[in-house]
Design a protein around this ligand. Structure first.
Ligand code: SF4
Length: 364
């Protein structure tokens, strides 16, 4: 049995919905975690069992929609990408993680009824053969964190080979490239890694995530194999010494990647609803960035004061432009005013953010 990465070694037991106990995915997890207690339960039994703990891996028969639009936010420019929902929660521990506020428990859930997923995706993609889809799995979990157990991304890239109008983004803070050999056309997959200042990675991203160097080295491996990659500076955090920190990370990016290796790079300032703030206070009492100067935005979320946001964005954009990135840059959830004052353009200038990112994803 292969050794699991450290971030998966906290799993102590697997629970499987009886209806998916014989699924391909459940059998695969069973082979890979054969040393752990394995329980087959009906869904209501699980809910009554008191097993809803974070050391449980729960293979579930998911009954909701697998393909959905990203929740985005009102009043701000949203990128309109679609989520392929493969599971919930994450064994890493980033203090700013929105999932703390989204979900009531921290149980690692994986949707094991993949046949239903394939059916729904086939219906959606086949119904619109001329339409392009930009999809991703890194919204309600990290795209690759459970890959050593589930092989989910590997299955997904293999499935998507039949739908050339679909481009899949795999967004992660770990390094797992085991899905690569199943990709027929590298233009269909955008491996993506989160970037931040070294201080934030060290202090706010606990839980055995990959270092910045490891993430960028993996990105370089992908680029050398013909993929274009995505990078996400999100959340950008205001902390003492942020200039040096973000400058260091940007310099590191250009040690590993050429501008043409990067399909797009997002910039998003830390933003939060009151629920997330409460979770951070309770779960990460040493995280002080939540006591910064925030203002309530039009969507009800707290954001750093605009002059401070713009100051940070301008600093990062200047350094990124010096390295040769420009057309790849976009803001996540920002207003036209911020776009104009930092990038000198707004999404309207290129037909909207949705279209722009679609064109970048499909190299148009
Ligand atoms: S890697 Fe992503 S999903 Fe996992 S804890 Fe960090 S922010 Fe949350």
């Amino acid at each position: 049995m292969r050794t699991l990465p450290a971030y998966l070694q906290g799993i102590s037991r697997v629970v499987v919905d009886a209806t998916v106990a014989n699924s391909v995915l459940a059998q695969r997890v069973r082979e890979r975690l054969g040393n752990l207690p394995w329980e087959v339960l009906a869904e209501d039994q699980f809910l009554a069992s008191g097993l809803a703990r974070e050391d449980i891996l729960y293979l579930k028969n998911y009954k909701g929609r697998f393909l959905r639009f990203c929740p985005g936010t009102s009043h701000y420019q949203c990128c309109g990408y679609q989520i392929i929902h493969i599971g919930e929660n994450c064994p890493l521990r980033c203090s700013y993680c929105i999932l703390q506020a989204y979900f009531q428990d921290r149980v690692l859930k994986v949707w094991a009824n993949q046949d239903d997923l394939w059916r729904e995706l086939d219906q959606a993609f086949s119904a619109h053969p001329g339409r392009r889809f930009r999809v991703g799995t890194g919204e309600f979990t990290d795209s690759l964190v459970l890959e050593p157990l589930t092989g989910y991304s590997r299955d997904l890239v293999e499935f998507l080979a039949n739908y050339p109008q679909v481009c899949l983004e795999l967004k992660s803070k770990v390094v797992d490239l085991s899905w690569m050999d199943k990709v027929k056309d590298p233009r269909q997959v955008l491996p993506a890694w989160s970037m931040n200042a070294p201080f934030i990675v060290e202090h706010e991203e606990e839980g055995q995530r990959a270092t910045l160097e490891e993430r960028l080295d993996a990105a370089k491996t992908c680029a050398q194999a013909g993929f274009r990659v995505c990078l996400h500076f999100d959340p950008i955090i205001y902390f003492p010494g942020w200039q040096e920190g973000y400058a260091q990370t940007i310099a590191l990016i250009f040690e590993y990647l050429r501008p043409q290796d990067i399909a797009y790079l997002s910039l998003g300032s830390f933003r939060h609803m009151p629920d997330l703030r409460r979770c951070i206070q309770e779960n990460f009492p040493d995280s002080t960035y939540i006591y910064g100067e925030f203002i309530t935005g039009l969507d009800g979320k707290q954001r750093l004061l605009r002059p401070l946001r713009v100051e940070q964005f301008q600093f990062l954009v200047t350094a990124l432009r010096q390295g040769g990135l420009d057309k790849q840059l976009y803001f996540c959830m920002e207003s036209d005013e911020v776009w104009r004052s930092v990038l000198g353009r707004t999404p309207k200038d290129f037909g909207g953010l949705y279209r722009y990112l679609m064109d970048r994803a499909f190299e148009k």
